[in-house]
Design a binder for this molecule. Structure first.
Ligand SMILES: [Zn+2]
Length: 307
């Protein structure tokens, strides 16, 4: 869902932020904690959501100490409320890596110490609030994020420039391989007839677009889901008709946001024998990194498009 933070969450975060600040002043110990690096001499990198953690690790390597705030794929990322320790991790980081575009506003609002660098996928890719925020599915955003993160690491630790550059290029080779697969699939998709799909939620929208698929989900349905409201019966009927009439070649199902409505759409897809791509917003724990996950999704799409 694209809905932004909840007001209650913001109030809570503000309160926590104030409390942390007061405790810091009382203990006068935060000056030490806020030095340029951790006790181990590593740069502290705080990542808001697990989708971006592997890039932070793959490029930062031994020079970073990584903290990921939201790692549980069963937690609704949009309505997440960080704990005191989460806020502290964000506030004391040397580099804060966030998604942006309203997706993780609780992270972008943290108090930043001087010299701390914010790397935001939305800023790097030029995506704004109101546009689809699921940027880890977006090849351009991934590459821009990796580039800006590498620049941030190099700025804070210029002596390790070659180390970061090498790891960035190793990462880039893997990203390129993934994009080559996506481009090949796009050619196959576009050569075939009817590259249309419907989605219970516009999570993998960028990925589907990049492999040549068209989203024909009823606009009213998509907007209702984005606004966290009930789709109108007429939009649900249109959705079902697209499946029953085989207008939609496949259906994307966000299993992280399942409810009786998505289950009935899933049943409708099964009845019309429409292939279903099941995915989540957060990176499932069985994948070691973002690109492995994306490659496995591309395989799923390849199978669905060929069937
Ligand atoms: Zn979402």
């Amino acid at each position: 869902m694209i809905r932004s933070h909840r007001a209650r969450g913001v109030q809570l975060i503000s309160l926590i932020t104030v409390l942390v600040a007061v405790v810091c002043v009382l203990l006068a110990g935060c000056g030490v904690a806020r030095s340029q690096s951790s006790a181990t001499g590593k740069l502290r990198v705080a990542v808001s959501i697990n989708q971006w953690s592997s890039i932070a690790r793959d490029i930062g390597g031994d020079h970073v100490e990584l903290t990921t705030i939201l790692t549980n794929p069963n937690v609704d990322a949009h309505g997440f409320e960080p704990q005191v320790a989460d806020v502290a991790a964000l506030d004391t980081a040397d580099i804060e890596m966030v998604n942006g575009a309203g997706y993780d506003e609780w992270a972008t609002r943290s108090v930043r110490k001087s010299g701390e660098i914010l790397v935001s996928a939305a800023q790097s890719a030029g995506v704004h609030v109101g546009q689809n925020p699921h940027l880890w599915f977006n090849a351009h955003a991934r590459t821009m994020m990796a580039r800006d993160y590498t620049a941030a690491l190099t700025r804070l630790r210029p002596s390790a420039r070659q180390y970061f550059d090498r790891r960035y290029h190793q990462w880039l080779v893997r990203e390129q391989k993934l994009e080559n697969r996506m481009n090949a699939l796009r050619r196959a998709t576009e050569a075939g007839s009817q590259p249309d799909y419907v989605a219970t939620e516009a999570v993998a929208w960028y990925l589907a677009r990049d492999i040549g698929l068209h989203d024909i989900t009823p606009t009213g349905y998509t907007q209702a889901i984005q606004n966290d409201s009930e789709p109108a019966p007429s939009d649900l009927a249109s959705f079902r008709h697209l499946l029953a009439s085989h207008r939609a070649r496949l259906m994307i199902l966000n299993t992280q946001e399942e409810n009786s409505m998505t289950r009935s759409l899933e049943a409708a897809a099964q009845q019309s024998r429409t292939p279903i791509i099941r995915l989540t917003e957060s990176m499932p724990p069985r994948y070691s990194d973002l690109l492995t996950w994306m490659n496995s999704l591309v395989t799923q799409f390849e199978d669905a498009v060929k069937s």
